[in-house]
Design a protein around this ligand. Structure first.
Ligand code: NAD
Ligand code: TYD
Length: 349
């Protein structure tokens, strides 16, 4: 099988590429990535010389480029992860999200439709999406696959639009598709603009740890390798035309999560218990900050037998260990443009 994975140099994509390259030596895996600020080939050094792996640098907003690579490599399946993925950046500059997440996805759907030309036997377009498309929950209830879409940030609106286009291509043209909507991921290779790696970086550097508002917003957290395992499961065994919610059954208020992380870091860095908690700093809230995300993954668990392999406490320790053992990775991604981003986002607020 010639399998195209988009966004494979990013956080989740790199774990998906590694899993597929290692588990399926018979597949030719092509990783298409534009290498934006979030894409980093360092994430894949351990698989870059494998025979069944090829990196293609390019942009999904460039339809002519997609035409070229689809003609050359005759992809039979696509796992689509390339996206602009950070809510705060979508608030500061929404157009890149419209371009990549909406236009880029439609370009890919069109490339598949043209090249598969109605011969859909053995073909698949798998779209990786987020639970944020469902909007914000009150204190109880869970998102299910039939929850009505109610996106409220430019990021989630662009992902919701992309999901609608994928389903429209299925219903209108019969394109074989699958979708999954996952909760917040964490783990190795996570870019330190997101809460957990940003907090690890700041705690390590003894800098303030910014918590938006009162820290009462709730997220469900899933270890990234468990998301990659879910994608493997759905790709191979999920039903065509279906959507699967993926989550960790693991809800945390931001402030409770950050306090736990501070305590783990104190232990790992040999600091006095409670020392890192002093770094917690409440800052101005995010505009339109969704209160709570929580996800019901029972369809994926019951139908496909997937379940998370690590508890949150285990996953968090693995994550902290990875960041402490990979100081060069962290130093590299937090140099250059990251400093400008950090200044704009946190120091000028
Ligand atoms: P990321 O920002 O770490 O990586 C995105 C990757 O896409 C990068 O390698 C980047 O270079 C590439 N990319 C961006 N624009 C591109 C373009 N125009 N053409 C080609 N490549 C481009 O994102 P992530 O956190 O790994 O998320 C991957 C996917 O999973 C996204 O679709 C996201 O919406 C979805 N998702 C993420 C989470 C999460 O918690 N991070 C949760 C659920 C779903
Ligand atoms: P984030 O990692 O940006 O993911 P998302 O917004 O997609 O859920 O943020 C997770 C939660 O942490 C969210 O409620 C916003 C909050 N947050 C902070 O409190 N401080 C920060 O510096 C960041 C980046 C996020």
């Amino acid at each position: 099988m010639n399998l195209l994975i988009t966004g494979g140099a990013g956080f989740i994509g790199s774990h998906v590429v590694r899993l597929f390259v290692e588990a399926y030596p018979g597949y030719n895996i092509f990783n298409l990535d534009a290498l934006t600020y979030a894409g980093n080939l360092q994430n894949l050094v351990d698989v870059e010389s494998r025979e069944n792996y090829t990196f293609l640098r390019g942009d999904i907003t460039d339809a002519a480029f997609l035409e070229e690579i689809f003609s050359e490599h005759r992809f039979e399946a696509v796992i689509h992860l390339a996206a602009e993925s950070h809510v705060d950046r979508s608030i500061a500059g929404p157009m890149a999200f419209v371009q990549t997440n909406v236009m880029g996805t439609v370009n890919l759907l069109e490339a598949c439709r043209r090249h598969w030309a109605g011969d859909y036997e053995g073909k698949l377009f798998y779209h990786v999406s987020t639970d944020e498309v469902y909007g914000s929950l009150g204190t109880d209830g869970l998102f299910t696959e039939s929850t009505a879409y109610d996106p409220r940030s430019p990021y989630s609106a662009s992902k919701a639009a992309s999901d609608h286009f994928v389903r429209a291509w299925h219903h209108t043209y019969g394109l074989p598709v699958k979708l999954s909507n996952c909760s917040n991921n964490y783990g190795p290779n996570h870019f330190p603009e997101k809460l957990i790696p940003l907090a690890i970086h700041n705690i390590k550097s003894v800098k303030p740890v910014p918590v938006y508002g009162k820290g009462e917003n709730v997220r469900d957290w899933l270890y990234v390798k468990d998301h990659a395992r879910a994608i493997d499961c759905i790709f191979h065994r999920g039903k065509l035309g279906e959507t699967y919610n993926v989550g960790g059954v693991n809800e945390w208020r931001n402030i409770d999560l950050i306090e736990l992380l501070c305590d783990v870091m104190d232990e790992k860095l040999g600091r006095q218990p409670g020392e890192s908690r002093k770094l917690i700093t409440f800052v101005k809230d995010r505009a339109g900050h969704d209160a709570r995300y929580a996800i019901d993954s029972s369809k994926l668990m019951d139908e496909l037998g997937w379940e998370p392999s690590v508890t949150f406490e285990e996953g968090l320790r693995l994550t902290v260990d990875w960041y402490l053992a990979n100081e060069d990775w962290l130093a590299e991604v937090t140099s250059g443009h990251y400093r400008d981003y950090y200044r704009e986002q946190y120091e000028k607020r």
